[in-house]
Design a protein around this ligand. Structure first.
Ligand code: NAD
Ligand code: UDP
Length: 319
């Protein structure tokens, strides 16, 4: 049985990856320090013989007994309010954490896939974003802690590939959504869901003309799965190219939730990208991958998930 280490296992993406690799018959070792994750996302796996959980901060030395065939490195705060609240941990997990994992991969002769992000393109001047675009990032702006950590992570990973011949894969993930997103993580989908369910105004930042392209979690997991088993070591965008303005998206949420809540406008956060859309030509050509779940279906499933939260869980957290 192949053994895989998944960091960030108690988070949104990591927990879905634990499920997928468990279903595929792997021995899954989940690792997380629970800084933004929640054990409830993986508690259904705890009774399984082929699942183990290590509560560990990956910026410290990582010890895994026995063989390891694959590593998926997904540990990192991922929402703007998280990485603004814990900027130094964000820089450390992308740099020191990634270094530890690359060293572990080398020691175990394991293949490693790291989670990068569309944020490496910053506020992009090229649209849609291809993997060749170098990006437009403000290193010292508030989002710089995340963007630069991820850019350093890619650079370090490529160096291990080039100088040590390590088997590496880099996925550049574009906005992904679905069940198990944290209600209070400040990202636009949980924010709008929480507001709709509590009967509050929907908050749009800026004039709402900025765009995003939202990918459903099952599509994202499939793309990552295919990339891991491909023989392509350069970065690959995985996302859904269906682009929408935040204004249009807010209207879709009102329709989906059958609510008449007002929309209120707040200032746009500094360096918030004005447009974002993945060019997925590489994913199509190399992985034979493209998204299958449209926003109507994906958002319905996501809304059904948020509706199952208890009144206690639905409470708003002040940031
Ligand atoms: P998440 O916050 O739900 O999950 C991240 C997990 O990493 C959490 O469980 C957290 O506790 C854990 N973690 C953070 N620092 C750690 C440390 N030092 N040691 C051990 N565990 C640590 O976020 P997510 O949305 O699931 O994102 C997962 C990964 O995917 C991140 O690397 C993120 O940058 C990347 N990504 C996500 C998206 C998206 O749309 N969700 C987009 C681009 C990139
Ligand atoms: N956004 C918004 N209202 C909110 C939360 C976010 O209008 O309550 C906007 C945010 O400014 C950004 C977009 O929605 O332009 C997507 O934000 P998110 O934090 O989900 O993702 P990211 O900016 O990292 O792509």
């Amino acid at each position: 049985m192949k053994r895989i280490l998944i960091t960030g296992a108690a988070g949104f993406l990591g927990s879905h990856l634990c499920d997928r690799f468990n279903t595929e018959g792997f021995h899954v070792i989940g690792m997380d320090n629970l800084i933004t994750g929640d054990l409830k996302n993986i508690q259904h796996l705890f009774h399984l013989e082929n699942f183990e959980f290590h509560h560990h901060d990956i910026t410290n030395f990582i010890h895994i007994a026995g063989d390891l065939d694959y590593i998926l490195h997904f540990a990192s705060p991922a929402s703007p309010i998280d990485y603004l609240k814990i900027p130094i941990q964000t820089l450390k997990v992308g740099s020191l954490g990634t270094h530890n994992l690359l060293g572990l991969a080398r020691a175990k002769n394991a293949r490693i896939l790291i989670a990068s992000t569309s944020e490496v393109y910053g506020d992009p001047l090229v649209h849609p974003q291809t993997e060749e675009y170098y990006g437009n990032v403000n290193a010292i702006g508030p989002r710089g802690v995340y963007d630069e950590a991820k850019r350093f992570q890619e650079s370090l990973t490529m160096a291990y590939h080039t100088f040590h011949g390590l088997e590496t894969r880099i996925v550049r993930i574009f906005n992904t959504y679905g069940p198990r997103m944290r209600l209070n993580d400040g990202r636009v989908i949980p924010a709008f869901m929480g507001q709709a369910l509590r009967g509050e105004d929907l908050t749009i930042f800026g004039d709402g003309n900025q765009t995003r392209s939202f990918c459903y979690i099952d599509d994202q997991v499939e793309g990552i799965y295919r990339l891991l088993f491909s023989d392509y070591h350069l970065p690959v965008n995985i996302g859904n190219p269906d682009e929408i303005t935040i204004n249009e998206f807010a209207q879709e949420i009102l329709k989906l939730t059958e609510t008449n809540n007002k929309i209120v406008y707040h200032p746009l956060p500094i360096n918030d990208p004005l447009q974002r859309q993945p060019d997925i030509t590489k994913a199509k050509d190399i992985l034979g991958w493209e998204p299958k779940v449209g926003r109507t279906e994906g958002m319905q499933i996501t809304y059904n998930y948020f509706k199952t939260l208890s009144p206690e869980e639905l409470k708003k957290e002040e940031h």
